[in-house]
Design a binder for this molecule. Structure first.
Ligand code: QUE
Length: 338
């Protein structure tokens, strides 16, 4: 199976590796319905194909692995009255996220640049999250009036170096994780010297040998390591009102100011909704239950004005001047969460 070079995801089998290359560099590889379909079909086919021993997902361009979901397309769809079609797009994306998490073969994501939102959904659920020193990650959805989704509101509470408070911090602030931060919280499993050389050895020698060859030590300090106590003291509270009050009462002013600055342009309603989502997914039975919460809450948020306004301000006009509505009460969100 090999796709044409103008396909937004290039699909090939090299030796015994199923290779997915995100190929929409002008949109920073943001995921549209066609791309979700291509990835899903390839994974379904390779699952039962004994000649494929492992899967690799990477990007044709080093700058960006993937900037998220194609939310411009979603905004256009909603404005055209196609809400249900957009709901199906997210539902299909979340099913793909789940398939990756339960994939029976090594699923190796090589991250060598920007990873945001939906980009984490096609990488962070894999068995091997391999990064270079050029990688950075963020969940920036508060800025567009949306929620932390693609399974990250569930998984980020459970990575080996993370916690419910750390996950909520990442989702609510949109903090940009450096490669050291990604290793610190366990979002990444390995740091390597060079993406291209690693991929050649991955295909030629298999994932374990390639990792033996290319893994390097983290050199920088992780800021998130220094903030652990501050994050636990403030973001472990369930509702946004409680987190907000804990921030006001917190002694480390430098930390509080950083958090307030990171959150200044977020949608108040999305912030309230996402705090509720994290609280619900703290005790969700499994990733599928966590994704189901995201799916129901996402359907609600996409029908509120902040989503259209946020995408306009951040991605269409790029004026960063979103005028968000006042925050809703958490009860409207709790109603759709289990
Ligand atoms: C929040 C988001 C997204 C975002 C910015 C946010 C997102 C997304 C993109 C994006 C960026 C560059 C592109 C593009 C999309 O930015 O989901 O097509 O060229 O896809 O603050 O959720």
């Amino acid at each position: 199976m090999t796709t044409q070079t103008d396909s937004p995801v290039l699909v090939s089998v090299r030796h015994h590796t199923g290779v997915l290359e995100l190929n929409r560099p002008r949109a920073l590889n943001s995921l549209n319905p066609e791309m979700i379909g291509i990835i899903t079909r390839a994974l379904e086919q390779w699952r039962d194909d004994d000649s494929v021993a492992q899967v690799l997902i990477t990007s044709v361009s080093p700058k960006a692995f993937c900037a998220g979901g194609d939310v411009r397309h979603v905004r256009d769809g909603i404005l055209a009255g196609k809400e249900e079609e957009m709901d199906r797009f997210f539902s299909d994306e979340y099913s793909m996220n789940h398939m990756i998490a339960s994939y029976p073969k090594p699923y190796v994501a090589v991250l060598d640049g920007i990873v945001m939102g939906g980009g984490l959904g096609v990488s962070a659920h894999g068995s091997h999250r391999v990064i270079t020193e050029r990688a950075w990650a963020s969940m920036p959805e508060m800025a567009i009036g949306y929620i932390t989704d693609v399974g990250i509101s569930y998984a980020s509470q459970r990575w080996p170096g993370s916690s419910p408070a750390m996950g909520a911090f990442i989702g609510l602030t949109g903090y940009r994780l450096t490669e050291a931060d990604m290793m610190e919280v366990g979002l990444a499993t390995h740091l390597i010297d060079d993406a291209g050389d690693f991929i050649e050895d991955l295909v030629g020698l298999g994932v374990d040998n390639a990792l033996d060859e290319h893994t390097i030590e983290v050199e920088e300090d992780a800021r998130l390591a220094g903030w652990r106590d501050d994050i636990e003291a403030t973001f472990s509270h369930g509702s946004w009102a409680d987190i907000d009050a804990a921030l006001d009462a917190h002694g480390n002013q430098e930390f509080v100011q950083e958090v307030r600055a990171l959150m200044a342009k977020g949608s108040p309603s999305a912030t309230v909704a996402t705090a509720e989502l994290y609280a619900a997914n703290r005790s969700a039975a499994d990733l599928r239950a966590g994704l189901d919460n995201e799916e129901r809450l996402g359907e609600l948020l996409r029908r509120q004005p902040d989503f259209l306004e946020g995408v306009r301000a951040v991605l269409i006009d790029k004026t960063q001047d979103a005028e968000f509505t006042p925050a809703h009460e958490p009860a409207v969100y709790r109603e759709v969460l289990r």
